[in-house]
Design a protein around this ligand. Structure first.
Ligand code: PLP
Length: 378
């Protein structure tokens, strides 16, 4: 098998997704399955759909196009404000999008009219994390303006926390979102069908037994893929935390001093390295580096320590194990490493599907559908 590679166990992912769909379903909350960490990989999306996910979400239109090319016609939401330069592609392939700028909504309406379609909009609300979103005081006015665009359906509101600033979802900020949904319905007469409370970091709040108010959707990526709650990166009880592994191959293994010698200046990545003198060790190198992963985000097997990384080499202390040249070492990636590995052309992707599944997957028939094969990676 080629290495380095990501090994993605779709059965464990499907299990994680169905557990979360069911736990949140009891609370009246639907799950949007987020495909961006897998770049819209159709096999991953199908695992989510088999688990009962009814909407897919991604922040890149390219990934939604990958889903469409593979025949997946499930409603898909673009979770980042469309670029003005991409509105035609957005109305063609995304069912709805998150929006915070009237200029963009206007361009979406024009593009939708030209394509003889309607496009759904969820207005993004700023609730303190200071990423994207309309300030709450301006929301009602933005709703009024949005309702004027002929080819736009206002589907609801959404927010995103614990991303830029680590602001945790709680009863206070979720209560604000619920009340805003009520205010819009009273003042603008537009039903807020979807009130999307956030991402994987909303799970603790959503499953805590607190009143969920109007929140009826959350969007899950990391919790499904890694089984972790992003607030403290703790395992979510009952989920697999080992659905994904990063495998790399040993290219050197030698007894070496643990300290460098010579005059020490900066390293490739600018910092000055620090060394602990622990005598002679067995240093092994696997063929993976900054270009493929975030080395900080790799958990090695027990008894192996990560010493350092260059662009293309990861240095390990393997004194407690005999390591053969050509053998493989398996690491657990965190979200940051997973993203970088997924987008690195040097890292192969090995999806394992042990079950044969049949799922509803109607053809995506679209006269504008781009020609050719869906992009594939192995
Ligand atoms: C990526 C993303 C998500 C999913 O986040 P996870 O922490 O992986 O669950 C949800 N919402 C938005 C807007 C996103 O960009």
């Amino acid at each position: 098998m080629t290495s380095p590679r990501l090994e993605i166990d779709l059965d464990k992912i499907q299990y994680n997704a169905s557990a979360l769909v069911s736990r949140l379903g009891h609370r009246g909350i639907s799950v949007t399955g987020v495909t961006k960490a897998c770049m819209g990989e159709p096999r991953f999306a199908r695992a989510l759909l088999s688990a009962g996910v009814k909407t897919l979400g991604d922040s890149r239109i390219e990934n939604i196009e990958t889903l469409r090319l593979s025949g997946i016609a499930t409603p898909a939401v673009l979770m980042r404000s469309p670029m003005l330069s991409q509105v035609e592609r957005v109305v063609r392939h995304a069912t709805m999008s998150f929006n915070s700028e009237l200029d963009v909504i206007s361009a979406l309406s024009t593009a939708a009219r030209k394509a003889n379609r309607r496009h759904g909009v969820l207005l993004m609300v700023e609730l303190g994390d200071l990423r994207d979103g309309i300030m709450p005081a301006e929301l009602v006015e933005t709703v009024r303006q949005t309702l004027r665009f002929p080819n736009i359906d206002l589907n609801g509101i959404s927010t995103n926390l614990a991303c830029r600033s680590g602001v945790s979802p709680d009863s206070r900020n979720m209560g604000v979102l619920s009340r805003l949904a009520d205010v819009i319905e009273t003042e603008c007469g537009s039903a807020m069908r979807m009130v999307s409370g956030g991402n994987s970091s909303n799970l603790q709040w959503a499953l805590s037994g607190a009143s969920i108010g109007r929140i009826n959707n959350i969007r899950l990526g990391e919790a499904i893929l890694l089984g972790l709650d992003p607030l403290q990166r703790q395992p979510i009880p009952g989920l697999y935390t080992d659905a994904i592994a990063l495998v790399a191959e040993v290219i050197e293994s030698k007894k070496k001093p643990s300290q460098p010698w010579g005059t020490i200046a900066q390293t490739t990545f600018g910092s000055s390295a620090t060394f602990q003198d622990i005598g002679t060790i067995t240093q092994s190198i696997v063929a993976i580096g900054h270009q493929d992963v975030d080395p900080q985000g790799l958990t090695p097997p027990p008894d192996i320590d990560i010493l350092a990384a260059s662009s293309d080499h990861l240095m390990l202390n393997t004194s407690k194990h005999e390591v053969k040249i050509g053998s493989e070492i398996s690491f657990q990636p965190n979200y940051s490493t997973l993203l970088r590995a997924m987008t690195s052309p040097f890292v192969a992707k090995a999806y394992t599907e042990t079950k044969q599944q049949t799922i509803p997957c109607p053809d995506f028939r679209d006269q504008h559908q781009p020609k050719g094969e869906a992009p594939r990676w192995h």
